[in-house]
Ligand binder design. Structure first.
Ligand SMILES: *Cc1c(COP(=O)(O)O)cnc(C)c1O
Length: 402
């Protein structure tokens, strides 16, 4: 059956937003993936920081099949047990007191931005509408979120954009201090930029942003869609940065591969959303929430969170050894299992070549722009899988280094 589904069919029937690899994966288990021909891959990509427990983890499979036999969908006309349990859990594990469920990162961010605008509108009036965000930031692909994201190329060419969005340089506190004003409604940022190239902010920057938001009565929105759910070794990255946002968005690893997103906030801020202000047909879907509950049960343990830091050292040491031989990275950036190998001058623009060569050697990696090779594997990947993957990476680099 699978054999009749070929890569060429993609070009025939799919909207050409993507240029997928030639191979078509058909099965996964842990950090392993197999394609139609039975070729084995080690997965260092983790579905772009989504598959935090690898593929087909028993906790997720059990939660999904159990819920699949009970109840799939109701709409928000009624609440449901998995959604209530998940909301309670998220409030226990973070600063939040209230949760809004969506189906993706972009939708969670859309909710966050609408909430911030609504709060400013109600408390201060129409004048306070400016959203400040950062260059190279990424917040999703809806028109509002892509406009707030820091790459104009992604939001240009679609007609008039949502207004009053300003972009400043990430990690430049002086620029923010010079620009922010009482007309600023919110500052939106990733606590570590993912898509933009794995850029870690200084603690001074993050804490300075918090202080400036307080000074100007602007809300601080943390987009933890990529950094959240254990990826940095903290359940949420803000928990290691000495600040607390007003609104936090989470998705990707929250469902471990099942689509779900959530916006977290305080009771006082959530009170500005009334019945009918915002909504989502699937938000709080029982299947998604049952899986997310199972994911959090595993990921939030001290063992898994401490294990992320151990795995980070396996990656840093292994990548360091490869670099001694081939000298392609200027640095290994990031935190926990959100890591980026930044290419040096001699290798500029070759991140995608490495991705393709790695695929040929049986390894899945990601890029973050043209000059960063990104690694976002399962948070419970085994040492053997890491070693095997790094061997394949070395072979891929050797094939390009000639
Ligand atoms: C992936 C990502 C998003 C968008 O999430 P989708 O589920 O693709 O809508 C938003 N923000 C950040 C930081 C991301 O990494």
């Amino acid at each position: 059956m699978e054999q009749t589904m070929s890569r060429s069919l993609f070009d025939e029937v799919m909207v050409p937003c993507y240029a997928p690899m030639e191979m078509i994966p058909v099965r996964g288990e842990g950090a392993s993936v197999w394609d139609q021909q039975g070729k084995h891959y080690i997965d260092f990509a983790g579905g772009i920081a989504v598959s935090c427990l690898g593929h087909a983890h028993p906790a997720m499979v059990n939660a999904l099949t159990e819920q699949a036999n009970k109840l799939w969908h109701l709409s928000n006309v009624m609440t449901n047990e998995p959604a209530l349990a998940l909301a309670k859990r998220l409030t226990e594990i973070s600063f939040a007191e209230k949760v809004f469920f969506a189906n993706s990162g972009a939708e969670a961010n859309e909710a966050a931005l609408k909430l911030a605008r609504r709060i400013a509108f109600e408390k201060h009036g129409a004048e306070k509408s400016e959203i400040i965000a950062f260059s190279q930031g990424f917040h999703g692909r809806t028109f509002f979120t892509v406009t707030v994201g820091g790459q104009a190329a992604y939001s240009d060419g679609f007609g008039p954009k949502p207004q009053d969005v300003t972009h400043l340089d990430y990690n430049d506190l002086a620029a923010l201090e010079a620009h922010i004003s009482d007309k600023t409604c919110a500052v939106m940022m990733e606590p570590l930029q993912g898509e933009g190239g794995i850029i870690t902010p200084s603690d001074a920057f993050v804490q300075g942003v918090r202080a400036l938001c307080d000074k100007h009565d602007a809300l601080l929105i943390f987009d933890e869609v990529q950094t959240g759910n254990g990826r940095t070794g903290h359940f949420y990255a803000y928990q290691g940065q000495g600040v607390t946002p007003d609104i936090l968005t989470t998705a990707k690893s929250l469902g471990g591969g099942f689509p779900i997103g959530a916006m977290l906030t305080t009771s006082a801020l959530a009170a500005h959303m009334k019945v009918g202000t915002h909504g989502s047909t699937y938000g709080g879907n029982p299947l998604a929430c049952a899986v997310a509950n199972a994911v959090i049960d595993v990921v939030s343990t001290d063992e898994v969170l401490a294990g992320v830091k151990v795995r980070e050292t396996w990656f840093r040491e292994g990548l360091g050894k490869i670099n001694e031989k081939y000298q392609l990275f200027s640095e290994i950036r990031g935190q926990g299992l959100l890591l980026g190998g930044a290419l040096n001058d001699a290798w500029q623009g070759r991140a995608r070549d490495i991705l393709i060569a790695a695929g040929q050697e049986g390894l899945l990696v990601l890029v973050a722009g043209p000059n960063v090779v990104r690694f976002t594997p399962s948070l419970v990947i085994s040492q053997q899988e890491v070693e095997q993957g790094l061997e394949r990476l070395e072979r891929a680099i050797a094939s390009l280094a000639v």
